[in-house]
Design a protein around this ligand. Sequence first.
Ligand SMILES: C[S@@+](CC[C@H](N)C(=O)[O-])C[C@H]1O[C@@H](n2cnc3c(N)ncnc32)[C@H](O)[C@@H]1O
Length: 206
Amino acid sequence: MDPSLRDAARRAIGFMPDDEGMALYEAALQAAPLGPVLEVGSYCGKSTLYLAAGVLEAAADTVVFSVDHHRGSEEHQPGEQYHDPRLVDESGKVDTLSVFRNTIEQARVADLVVAIVGASEVVAKRWATPLGMVFIDGGHSMEAAQRDLDGWSRHVVSSGLLAIHDVFPDPEQGGRPPYEIYRQALDSGRFREVSERGSLRVLQRV
Ligand SMILES: C[S@@+](CC[C@H](N)C(=O)[O-])C[C@H]1O[C@@H](n2cnc3c(N)ncnc32)[C@H](O)[C@@H]1O
């Protein structure tokens, strides 16, 4: 991975450990020739940089679409466990959009990353472009995770990749919804597992 992009990704605010980010980069590098990469859950652009590095290196003339309403998930709201007081606008609402934009621009990948600001389910319902890769890291409630699986996995092309973050088979280690949708994708017979790193799972459309 491009060293300056990796450095920027490591320094960015967010929830993507470097080893899992490298697995994302490798997946994007493999998938980009098949079509655009789309992530649900941009936050401040940390995972986006790993994906952009893969797309850049693939030289496949494609982009990363990064979907987020930029108002944070339940756990980012004031008073919740992962609230970051730096990420609040003048009205007191969580707002990650300007930090996301800075992350992307400072890393010089603005030509490779298209921010889509809106609710994942609203965008997914109207989406029509086949995707080389989908990365799900949005809302972690069962309802949100289910909507993301149902809304986005159907757009992954044959041999394309579906990556899911925060998959914890052991309930002691983390919440269940990402694990539940990972199991559903596998049990559907439409995807097979190709890699596992930390809590990141990468599946391939059969
Ligand atoms: C865990 S964070 C993503 C972390 C990020 N991938 C990283 O590398 O740091 C989850 C993000 O999903 C977004 N999100 C939650 N529910 C959403 C929804 N229904 N539509 C769009 N974005 C959503 C939140 O605003 C939040 O920024």
